[in-house]
Design a protein around this ligand. Structure first.
Ligand code: BJW
Ligand code: ZN
Length: 252
């Protein structure tokens, strides 16, 4: 393992353009449950019950309750050493992007700047009728199913997240795909790699001959293309991988 970490570290040190692709596993040690493992969020709640537009139109009250619960949790928890290590790597790099599937805001709170939130952000909501966007404070709108605060609108507000069957923001997807296609290193942390189109990101990097490094306690849909699979929890392995990095762009 130590040898693998050293080699992966070298690949990062030599890279000019780095994309970090993350999923629920990076936030696990912060206390945010993942989706698909035993004990994950969907052990109790099935995806189809909550994370689809159909579920919201059938049971908006329950769906809002679930997202409020998760928003409160995301506010209470702190970024962990994994999030911080990723943010510190960006400090020393000029060509760097975090493309996250997480909606918990923890990368940004850890100090990451060039972050694309592919599946949205739980702190925001928007009106399904007029599109009005409510930021974090306004997201605390009254009512079990909040109604648009714009006078005379009366539209239903929903969390600003991407549900199954919905399109990801085309600009965000394009930018992350483009970045991945030009990257020479792709660090994949804590994702099952099952949910598309986001999971295409490491494959695009690999097509450009990028070095793919994965951190996960279990093999995932990405492991088959990983040059280095570093098996273990993100909060422990990520700082170990990145702390001794030379950090400078394309260092020999
Ligand atoms: C650790 C750890 C530790 C544990 N350290 N690691 C083929 C068949 C059927 C359907 C499809 C298909 N191909 C594509 C689709 C459609 C679908 C899809 O991909 N389905 C698959 C499940 C098959 N995709 C979509 O519907 C997407 N939209 C779309 O395709 O639109 C097309 C369109 C075009 C034009 C017009 C209209 C439409 C949208 C997908 C949206 C996903 N949304 C969710 C919910 C977001 C809001 C919310 O959070 O509530 O996003 S679903 C959920 O999955 C969430 C996550 O971001 C996403 C990914 O999950 P993630 O992060 O990988 O978590 P887990 O739990 O799966 O994995 C955790 C990992 O961590 C594991 O590997 C652990 O081992 C590891 N781990 N502890 C590090 N300590
Ligand atoms: Zn409105």
């Amino acid at each position: 393992m130590e040898d693998k970490i050293k080699k992966a570290r070298d690949a990062i040190a030599k890279a000019y353009k780095i994309i970090v692709f993350t999923g629920a596993g990076i936030s696990k040690e912060s206390g945010v449950p993942t989706f698909r493992e035993a004990g994950g969020l969907w052990e109790e709640f099935k995806a189809e019950d909550f994370a689809t537009p159909e579920a919201f139109s059938r049971r908006p009250k329950e769906v809002w309750e679930w997202y409020r619960f998760r928003r409160d949790l995301a506010r209470k928890v702190e970024p962990n050493p994994g999030h911080y290590a990723v943010a510190r790597l960006e400090d020393a790099r000029s060509d760097f992007m975090v493309a996250t599937q997480n909606i918990d805001n923890l990368h940004t709170r850890a100090g990451s700047r060039n972050v694309i939130e592919l599946h949205g952000n739980i702190m925001h909501s928007y009106c399904m009728k007029c599109g009005l966007l409510a930021d974090e404070s306004e997201a605390e709108l009254p009512g079990e199913v909040p109604v648009c605060p714009r006078e005379g609108c009366g539209g239903v507000m929903r969390p600003k997240v991407v549900w199954f069957g919905e399109q990801l923001d085309p600009d965000d997807l394009d930018r992350s795909y483009m970045f991945a296609s030009e990257a020479d290193c792709c660090l994949v942390i804590g994702t099952s790699g099952f949910v598309y189109p986001a999971a295409q990101i490491p494959f695009l990097a690999k097509r450009n001959d990028a070095c793919v490094i994965e951190i996960n306690p279990e093999p995932s849909g990405i492991t088959q293309i990983a040059d280095y699979f570093l098996q273990g929890p993100a909060a422990q392995i990520t700082p170990q991988l990145l702390e001794e990095n030379k950090y400078a762009d394309g260092a020999d």
